[in-house]
Design a protein. Structure first.
Length: 56
C-alpha cells in the first residue's frame, strides 16, 4: 500500500485548485470572445423623452 504524505496531498490539492482556476478563466475568455452581440438600432418615439446616448 502506498503511503501519502501531507506534503504530497497539499501539492495535489494546490495543483487541482490551480488547474480549476485556469480552466474557469479560459472558459470566461472563450465566452467573452464568442458572444459579441451587434448594436441594436434605437428609435426615438415622439413624446417618450428617451433617446440613445450620443457617442463621444
Amino acid at each position: 500500500m502506498m503511503r501519502v504524505t501531507w506534503r504530497t496531498m497539499a501539492l495535489a490539492i494546490a495543483a487541482l485548485t490551480l488547474s480549476i482556476f485556469i480552466a474557469a478563466n479560459a472558459h470566461l475568455i472563450y465566452v467573452a470572445l464568442r458572444s459579441q452581440p451587434d448594436c441594436v438600432p434605437h428609435q426615438k418615439e415622439p413624446g417618450s423623452g428617451f433617446q440613445a446616448a450620443k457617442s463621444s
